[in-house]
Design a protein around this ligand. Structure first.
Ligand code: B16
Ligand code: MG
Length: 218
């Protein structure tokens, strides 16, 4: 029986990809090379340090670990400045309504995100009270597709992994959910999110009825 919903943040609840893009682009430009939107797409769901490694690789630049820390901090300062202006209007369509519907149906809710800025984003968008637990880049050591983030979410809620459903927009997150022994609802395109138990274009297309059907089919 489904007892909990665990949500990825970026691409599921809000879309801060454009802010990541602007901050990474500024950093790349300062280092003397460009960074495209297509490259930014490939960083969705990927941790900050791994994203930087990939960007430096694409720019053909080598930096020591200490220099990488400085660069990542710089990028993050620009990103944090941008998200500090976010408003509830930036919540993706249907996300708030589905969170409320899940809670009204007696389900527990948790966040399972790679971001270290998730609390700031949830505060700015006023969604923090709708989550029973927050697990993010500050509490997790292994990145998706490792299941750690979702297993910690289930543990924080006190719910068995088999009774949790994960909502994810990145293929690495779908893989992580399956590895955790959870059901996975993909948010995006069917062709991209292979491996998900079900795919919807956005949470406005999700309902408790569909969730129950998913449970009945397993
Ligand atoms: P931060 P998610 C991910 O969020 C983003 O998709 C990814 O682009 C970002 O690099 C990562 O968080 C880390 O974010 O720099 O804020 O710690 O999709 O896992 O909610
Ligand atoms: Mg995501």
């Amino acid at each position: 029986m489904i007892q909990a919903c665990i949500f990825d943040l970026d691409g599921v609840i809000v879309d801060t990809a454009v802010y990541h893009y602007l901050a990474w682009k500024r950093l790349a430009n300062e280092l003397g090379f460009d960074f495209t939107e297509a490259q930014n797409e490939r960083l969705k769901g990927i941790s900050r340090m791994r994203s930087l490694e990939l960007i430096l690789e694409w720019g053909g630049i080598r930096k020591t670990a200490a220099e990488q820390e400085v660069l990542a901090t710089r990028k993050n300062e620009w990103y944090v400045e941008m998200i500090s202006h976010m408003t509830p209007q930036e919540i993706l369509p249907g996300a708030k309504a589905f969170l409320e519907a899940a809670r009204n149906a007696g389900l527990k809710t948790a966040l399972g995100s790679a971001s270290k800025n998730s609390s700031a984003i949830l505060e700015r968008t006023k969604l923090l009270p709708l989550f029973d637990a927050i697990v993010d880049g500050n509490t997790v050591t292994a990145s998706k597709p490792d299941p750690e983030v979702f297993l910690k979410g289930a543990a924080a809620l006190g719910i068995a992994p088999a009774d949790c459903v994960v909502f994810e927009d990145a293929i690495a997150g779908i893989t992580a959910a399956r590895a955790a022994g959870m059901k996975a609802v993909g948010i995006g395109q069917q062709e991209t999110l292979t491996g998900a138990d079900m795919v919807v274009p956005g949470l406005q297309f999700m309902s408790i009825e569909k969730l129950n059907k998913l449970a009945a089919n397993s």
